[in-house]
Design a protein around this ligand. Sequence first.
Ligand code: HEC
Ligand code: HEC
Ligand code: HEC
Ligand code: HEC
Ligand code: HEC
Ligand code: HEC
Ligand code: HEC
Length: 372
Amino acid sequence: MRKFFTCLAVFLVLALFMGVNPPTSSAADDENCLMCHKYRKMGIISPEGVRKYYYVDEPTFMQTVHSRVPCRDCHYFIKQIPHKPVNTGVTCDTKCHVINPATMERFSHKPIADVYEKSVHGRAKRPEGEKGAVDKNKPYCIFCHINPIYNPEERETGLPKEITDRCNVCHENEEFAKHWYMHTSRRVRDVKRQGTQIVELCNTCHKDENMLEEQEMLNEALLHKEMGKKFTFAGESYDESFHAKVTKYGLKGAATCVDCHVDSDNYYMAVHDIRNSSDPSSPVHPDNRVNTCKKCHYHGEADESFVNVDPHPTARLSDNPFIFYASIIYNIIAYTAFFGLVGLKMLETVGRLRDGVKLTIRNGSSWRRGLK
Ligand code: HEC
Ligand code: HEC
Ligand code: HEC
Ligand code: HEC
Ligand code: HEC
Ligand code: HEC
Ligand code: HEC
């Protein structure tokens, strides 16, 4: 009932706006979805009280990597207009009408989705039933990828004319040159996320101990699946490592999550194929660790004993009893030394006061015996 009223409200607002603004169409929008979806007021307040926006800003959309994909290639479940309420989500493995010039077939992210499906994070778009419980905390494609604008800087400056002019000499079609320039220039530049961004992304989840403990419990109960030793505190323990500390202080090139957990052979594909460390294809599987550390520690230091240095160090009793007890002993020594010294100084001060020393500050800092 509530949903009906929200829909009604949306349509009333629409009706109001449509009278003022005549609809336009665009290349990617042959089906005229924007006739309704371009209105900025369009949206609902969900039963949970969250404001959801349903409008698409066409000029922005046209500068994104998906600008040529017709709306319904992604929102494939919309079959007629006006359409029915939507309760299916967009999956990233559908075929769209953009032709892949290498194969001359309709394009799809299915190869990536297939690899991803088998990785530790693989999940269904809208998990239901038993799978729902174990899948809901895993990221789906759009957790890591929004629909990025090709080259944000060029939004203001425009494309470099000296380059596109040159393309036009032969291709004789400004739109063609513009589009292909944007498509390739985005990839020629370094669009790879920086180390700090990767750590932030992975740690959105891998530092959420409550969620991870719940996940571990569910996996064990429902799938009889054993998680890695560091599973519930990987993010927190990485922060304790040498790599994290130097990365935080701006050193580029120290290992972040993907440098160890992702095969560098084809990074862009392998980043979707993260596996548990007990899987022989994981770069952090005990058999592969020397090679993984060697990528950067190539001066001969990365041997069997070097790779035993824990990249996820903690002082937890369950994880590393040696460090746990060592840190207790260290703390005892450190606190004893500190409070011992402070105590001694205090006793000395009390003694001096009793001797009649006055505490006045001269030239900033020194104590002197008062003049009698
Ligand atoms: C006649 C106007 C109209 C047209 C044309 C239209 N829509 Fe919608 N659309 C709406 C309204 C109204 C809602 C909100 C419905 C609701 O709250 O259940 C909506 C909601 C949606 C949603 C979000 C639903 C959700 O609950 O997450 C999607 C996705 C969507 N439309 C896609 C499309 C696509 C793709 C097209 C073109 C093929 C299209 N729409 C054409 C009016 C329209
Ligand atoms: C490349 C695929 C793709 C294309 C092309 C695309 N969308 Fe979407 N759209 C998505 C995804 C992914 C979401 C997030 C919701 C989800 O995961 O189901 C979304 C969300 C939406 C929503 C909000 C629904 C919600 O649940 O928040 C609307 C409305 C919408 N799209 C309309 C359009 C219209 C209109 C067009 C064409 C101009 C379009 N989309 C083109 C993938 C696409
Ligand atoms: C000297 C003429 C010339 C110039 C300058 C030129 N191209 Fe081309 N381009 C061609 C020819 C000819 C082909 C077909 C080549 C082939 O199939 O081997 C082609 C093919 C392409 C294709 C492949 C199209 C497809 O569907 O297979 C793209 C993309 C492309 N050019 C983009 C560009 C861009 C972007 C520029 C400017 C940076 C540019 N070209 C400059 C002549 C040129
Ligand atoms: C855990 C985060 C994560 C998830 C989930 C994820 N990706 Fe990625 N993806 C990345 C990273 C990291 C890169 C490397 C590029 C970068 O650094 O941004 C990447 C790269 C890509 C690229 C190459 C982009 C380019 O412009 O070169 C595509 C395409 C892609 N992913 C598609 C997908 C699809 C489809 C899914 C869902 C099946 C998916 N990704 C799920 C993190 C993720
Ligand atoms: C949206 C939350 C989320 C994000 C973001 C995320 N993960 Fe995960 N990750 C999970 C969950 C949940 C699991 C448990 C999967 C399962 O049930 O097997 C997991 C599992 C793993 C595992 C295997 C754990 C084991 O014991 O089997 C590794 C390794 C891992 N993630 C690394 C990463 C890296 C590296 C990144 C960043 C590129 C990342 N994750 C981003 C939620 C996330
Ligand atoms: C992406 C590159 C990269 C990878 C992969 C990498 N490291 Fe490092 N590591 C660095 C950098 C950079 C430093 C800091 C500078 C230095 O000391 O050379 C560092 C420092 C260290 C240090 C402390 C300083 C030292 O040199 O003794 C240890 C221990 C270490 N790494 C262990 C490992 C282990 C074990 C692996 C494999 C599981 C590994 N690293 C993988 C880049 C990397
Ligand atoms: C220097 C290499 C290195 C870096 C950097 C690194 N890891 Fe690990 N990670 C490992 C190794 C090796 C293991 C296996 C440790 C063990 O079981 O003793 C592991 C274990 C894990 C596990 C437990 C599951 C499993 O596969 O055993 C997760 C989850 C994880 N790492 C996530 C992350 C995240 C998230 C980051 C970044 C914040 C990160 N790692 C950074 C090397 C690394």
